[in-house]
Design a protein around this ligand. Sequence first.
Ligand SMILES: [Zn+2]
Length: 165
Amino acid sequence: MPNLRPLRQFYCDECGKIIESADDGAVEYLYSPGEGAEPTEIWGFRIVHNILASPKDSCSYDEGHYLSVSGESTSSVELNLARYLDHQGVSRLLAILEACRSGVMQFKEKKDFGEFLDVFRRLQIPYYEEARLLLEEDDKITGPLVSDDLKFIVESDSSHSSTRM
Ligand SMILES: [Zn+2]
């Protein structure tokens, strides 16, 4: 039996616990405005508990912490997770890619684009959230990762009835 309700429950990237419903979650990322006409750099996409549902003080990026580490102007954006599900969510996620294509924004590094794609799949492909913990990195590159295959992976994993983390 899967541990999560597909596309409705998620694992928090900060505390590792289950986000029980979409209304308890947030999609967040970091950004640094470019100088002049330079594109805004974005990175660090992840899925976390929102402030009200967090089992600790907060699962969100600590803005001050990131400011002091990078020494440059860095801020975090926290988005309502429920708005990034279903077909409305696809449109909102594609708008981020469109902003990158048009040069308004850009991923800071190639790996940050990869993290965005991972979050995109987690929000949109049934069973991906659970199956990704069982996939190899190569599987993400070579396979289309359709939900039927992911469901099979999740349901065949005998260790899966125990809670992760
Ligand atoms: Zn959390």
